[in-house]
Design a protein around this ligand. Sequence first.
Ligand code: IMP
Ligand code: MG
Length: 426
Amino acid sequence: MSLVVVLGMQWGDEGKGKVVDVIAEEADVVARFGGGANAGHTVWVGVEKYVTHILPSGVIRGKIGVLGNGMVIDPRALCQEIQDFAKQGLNLTPENLLLSSGAHIITPAHVLLDGALMQGKIGTTGRGIGPAYADKAARQGLRAGMMRDHKAFREAVRKHVSYQNVSYGLIYERVGFDPDAVVDEYAKFAERLAPYVQDTGKALAQYLSVGKKVLAEGAQGSLIDIDHGTYPFVTSSTTTIGGAFSGLGIGPQHLETIVGVVKAFQTRVGHGPMPTELFGEEAARLRGVKGEPGSEYGSTTGRDRRCGWLDIVLLRYAVRVNSVQELTITKLDVLSGFPHIKICTAYERNGQLYTDIPDGATADELSTFKPVYEDAQGWNENIGAVRSFYALPAPAWSYLRRIEALTDTKIKAVSVGPKRDQMFFV
Ligand code: IMP
Ligand code: MG
């Protein structure tokens, strides 16, 4: 392995954290390239639960963590996460955690704007992600590198808060923040985080040049990519393969493989079209019991996830957009006990069948399609202890083989439960 990129093939929450944790054993460096505290990766090590929002989940393995330039960092949340991990016995120091000088900084003004502007409309996580990326694109963002010059950083934060206060006041007729309070708070964050800041693209290039193995962890999923997702019900970053390179500042020459992580069924948090969405008893069964490992409630916001059958039309799309070479299927165990499983193999609209989305996965288009299902036989056995492909009940491996055939992509690994060892390679 030189560079392995792990990407979500659906709307996020595919179980990437767990998959990354397993693959990370072989890696030297684990890197995040996009998003921020909107992500939530849960990894169970024995009875100990680790949740990462900003940090790459591979740091749980004690690997060197990189927060790439494509990320938007809430310094309060990052300091908190570093502190929480320290309590769990994992010390993240400037020696094993690198923060890109090009990453953008989220402020309370971004969080406020997210709540006012987008949370209701899009169903965002309310973490200030969209407004921070908007400032980045408008060339008025605060970058992590600025934290190294304390005086200049204070000035930049003050200017930012004052500016946002004006626009917030004008648009929403509400008061914003006391610039002095935010400046003082952010000066403290800067003091804590500045030692971690460096040119992470350069560091990654050096690691790769001496044969170190880098694992790039995608956050969110391909279907909420700003360009390729179900716009406008998307996040504000590039969650697909291109984002790994621009968000880390390295080129593709080191790429060894692209792993697409697919949950055995479909889930979505937030608004937007979801052709295979289920309601009632089947949805409740897929969602599981709140609080239990692997149940479908947001690890960032605690919201109920919308659940449905696997959507192959969208999966084929995600495989194509990312040039995915291999799939990892997660949460196959959740399907145990369903007498019949459905697989959406096509869409129907006005009497016409579509096996591909005609023109990208825009929200308007997607909401006009009806799913066409193929029936698959279910199985009753609990498969949490299975550790090889043919030890699965026959209907379960038939289901996997069908996914391979329909996507023309090999399944390389299967996860059958939330624990680290509940996964096997095919
Ligand atoms: P934002 O990323 O907070 O702006 O939210 C935009 C959309 O992406 C909303 O529908 C969120 O629920 C969704 N989203 C963002 N991050 C994740 C994630 O890590 N998993 C699943 N959905 C996410
Ligand atoms: Mg998640």
